[in-house]
Write a protein that binds this ligand. Structure first.
Ligand code: ZN
Length: 283
C-alpha cells in the first residue's frame, strides 16, 4: 500500500509525481495506472496524451488541494478497444473528487452556514453551492388530502456567474401534509406564478384529490387554491386569523394611546400602554 496515497486520501492506482506549493493551497501532479475498463487489463498503450485536467480534492493539513493529471486516450492490447480514461474517483460533472463531494455533502446535512462549510473544505462558497444544487429530491409522488402551505423567511438564492453576485429570495414556501404533518416540499419562491407552475406538474386527477387547502389570508395562496385545486375547501389557518385579530386590536390600542398622549391624559396613557397584547411572530 502506498502510504502517501493513503494519507492524501487518493486511490492506490495513482502515483504522486510532484507537489507544488502555492499561496493557500497545494497542487499535486498525478500519474494514473493504465487500466482497461472493459477487461481490467493493464496492457494499455497511450493513443493520445489528452488535455491536462485539474480537479479539487479534500484539504490536506488544512490546506486546499488541487490534483492535475492527463485525461488520456488508451488502447487495450488485450481486448483491442480504445477509450478515454474516466477515473471512478472523480465526480462526472463537478471539477472535484468524490472524496471532496462527500465531505461537502456531509457538512451540508449539519446546521452550519455555507461560509463555514466552504472554509472547512478550503473551497469557495460557490463550490459548496454547486454540490447543494446536485441534490434533488424530485416531485412528491402524490399530493395529500390536506395541503398546508405557508411562507417563511430564508436566505437561499441563485448565484449569478455572469454578475458575480447572489440573487436572494427573501421568502420561501413550505408545503406539508396537514394530516401526517410531514413536509412534502420546500420551494425557494412564493410568487403565485411560480407556485401555479409547480402544482401544474401534478395531473388534474391528482389535484382533484386534495380536499383541504390550508393557508393564510394572502390573496396569492387563495387564488392559487381556486385555480389549481377545484375540489378543495380553502381553510384559513386559525393561527393567522388570531394573529390578524391581535394586530387589529393593537392598532386600535395604539390609536388611543397616541390620542391620550396628544391630550396629555397621562393616567389613561399609562393604563393603555401596559396592555400590549401578546404577539407571536412565528409564521
Ligand atoms: Zn481491455
Amino acid at each position: 500500500m502506498k502510504t502517501s496515497n493513503y494519507l492524501a486520501k487518493l486511490p492506490q492506482e495513482v502515483t504522486i509525481k510532484s507537489i507544488e506549493t502555492h499561496q493557500g493551497y497545494d497542487s499535486f501532479t498525478l500519474e494514473k495506472q493504465r487500466l482497461c475498463p472493459h477487461c481490467g487489463s493493464v496492457h494499455c498503450v497511450i493513443k493520445d496524451s489528452g488535455a491536462l485536467q485539474t480537479v479539487r480534492h479534500i484539504p490536506i493539513n488544512n490546506r486546499g488541494t488541487e490534483l492535475s493529471f492527463h485525461k488520456r486516450r488508451l488502447l487495450c492490447k488485450d481486448c483491442n478497444t480504445t477509450f478515454y480514461e474516466t477515473p471512478y474517483w472523480i465526480h462526472p460533472s463537478l471539477h472535484m473528487t468524490w472524496a471532496l463531494y462527500d465531505s461537502i455533502l456531509l457538512d451540508l446535512m449539519e446546521p452550519i452556514p455555507q461560509t463555514e462549510i466552504a472554509k472547512k473544505n478550503c473551497v469557495t462558497e460557490s463550490i459548496v453551492q454547486s454540490v447543494l444544487k446536485t441534490i434533488n429530491f424530485g416531485l412528491p409522488a402524490h399530493l395529500p388530502e390536506t395541503i398546508n402551505i405557508d411562507e417563511f423567511k430564508g436566505n437561499s438564492g441563485v448565484w449569478s456567474q455572469k454578475h458575480h453576485k447572489w440573487y436572494l429570495n427573501k421568502y420561501h414556501c413550505n408545503i406539508s401534509d396537514g394530516d401526517s404533518h410531514a413536509v412534502i416540499d420546500v420551494l425557494d419562491q412564493i410568487s403565485t406564478a411560480y407556485l401555479h407552475k409547480y402544482f401544474q406538474q401534478f395531473s388534474l386527477e391528482e389535484r382533484k384529490h386534495v380536499k383541504y387547502f390550508c393557508c393564510d389570508m394572502s390573496n396569492g395562496f387563495v387564488s392559487l387554491a381556486k385555480k389549481d385545486f377545484p375540489n378543495a375547501k380553502i381553510c384559513i389557518d386559525p393561527f393567522h386569523v388570531i394573529n390578524r385579530l391581535n394586530d387589529m386590536v393593537d392598532d386600535v390600542r395604539r390609536r388611543y394611546q397616541h390620542e391620550f398622549q396628544e391630550k396629555g391624559e397621562t393616567e389613561n396613557y399609562k393604563k393603555i400602554k401596559s396592555h400590549t397584547p401578546f404577539k407571536n411572530k412565528a409564521g
